[in-house]
Design a protein around this ligand. Structure first.
Ligand SMILES: *Cc1c(COP(=O)(O)O)cnc(C)c1O
Ligand code: SF4
Length: 339
């Protein structure tokens, strides 16, 4: 039951993205039950291996009923293997704690500063580095973005502001507006980039208010989506992408190469083609960050390069993502190359 509140009085709650957020499935047993996979319940780890389950219902609706190997399901279902201690896998795999420049600010690369805008995500991806990052204390949006704005004021070399997280679109549009109105006083910041999975996993977030905010910005706008499989991109996602593009946003996508999900040449080609149908260009194909609990998803570099070669043989150059890995201390993402 949804009770009426002053906020929902003007807008039907069924149309508010927060309603869909709240309705997400947060129990692995319920997830399996919805997919007719109750038999798998026995192979769940205890207590979700220290990282909660969270999946929006519209994302579950894109999974194949009764298929334990479904590539969307595998991204969100806790596995016993997450409890394995794997040598070489760390809690902070990409040196984020060392790169912290101010409250919620990561300034690793020249000209680009990244804000951990929000600690929340609409979906919990089992392979994510976020399972260990102490986001609670590191949110740039706290205190009216004060520390982040101070940092930008004293770093005139920053041309591009990247909002990441967590998911920056987990913030209200009012909170985002609070940041961008203050950016007017910082003309050296010319580009605004959002790294977000929300248009894919909860496309309801791309609502009128968000589009009006994007339209109001004088900044150049880039949205980097995160989809790993063509089946994530249904018609509701395509419609959200169309709205973003109409608001003057350049749309890119990053994927993570994941065992069992997309470690197949044709699957990756299909993803690139489907992205382009949605008006999105493939940007990065990431090698997994070596975070504790995600080792079972890893693909070795030799295999990753084979998959890239397969794509290069079949796709136009503009649909070929850059295969990269993040290495702590590097000045940019590092291309994966033949050893
Ligand atoms: C990945 C990343 C960026 C963006 O890198 P691009 O190569 O420009 O996409 C910026 N800052 C940090 C801290 C990053 O991790
Ligand atoms: S940060 Fe991105 S990859 Fe990680 S859990 Fe959130 S949506 Fe998934």
């Amino acid at each position: 039951m949804i009770t009426a509140s002053p906020l929902s009085a003007q807008q039907s709650p069924s149309k508010d993205w927060r309603h869909h957020w709240r309705e997400s499935v947060t129990d692995a047993r319920e997830l399996l039950n919805l997919l007719g996979l109750d038999a798998l319940t026995e192979s769940l780890p205890d207590a979700d291996a220290g990282f909660a389950v969270r999946v929006p219902r519209s994302f579950i609706a894109r999974m194949r009923h009764g298929d334990p190997r479904d590539p969307l399901l595998l991204q969100v279902l806790p596995q016993l293997a997450e409890c394995d201690e794997t040598p070489g896998y760390a809690a902070d795999a990409v040196g984020d704690m060392d790169a912290r420049s101010a409250h919620g600010v990561l300034h690793k690369y020249r000209g680009r500063a990244l804000l951990i805008a929000s600690g929340a995500c609409a979906i919990n991806c089992r392979y994510c580095f976020r399972r260990h990052f102490p986001y609670g204390e590191e949110i740039a949006a706290t205190a009216g973005w004060r520390e982040a704005l101070n940092y930008l004021r004293t770093h005139q070399d920053v041309e591009e502001l990247i909002l990441s997280g967590g998911d920056p679109l987990a913030l209200s549009t009012a909170k985002l507006t609070e940041l961008t109105t203050q950016l007017d006083a910082l003309p050296h910041v010319r580009r605004l980039r959002l790294h977000t999975r929300l248009p894919v996993v909860l496309p309801e977030r791309i609502d009128d208010t968000l589009i009006a905010w994007l339209n109001s910005l004088a900044l150049q706008k880039v949205v980097v989506l995160h989809a790993n499989h063509a089946r994530e991109l249904d018609e509701t996602v395509a419609a959200a992408c169309t709205r973003l593009r109409a608001a003057g946003v350049t749309l890119l996508n990053q994927s993570v190469l994941l065992r069992g999900v997309n470690d197949d040449g044709d699957t990756l080609c299909d993803l690139s083609s489907r992205l382009f149908e949605c008006g999105v260009l493939p940007y990065y194909l990431h090698q997994l960050d070596r975070v504790q609990g995600a080792a079972h998803f890893e693909i070795d570099d030799a295999r990753a390069l084979e998959l890239l070669a397969h794509m290069r043989d079949r796709l136009p150059g503009f649909l070929l993502p850059r295969l990269v890995r993040e290495v702590a201390g590097d000045p940019a993402k590092r291309p994966v190359e033949r050893p």
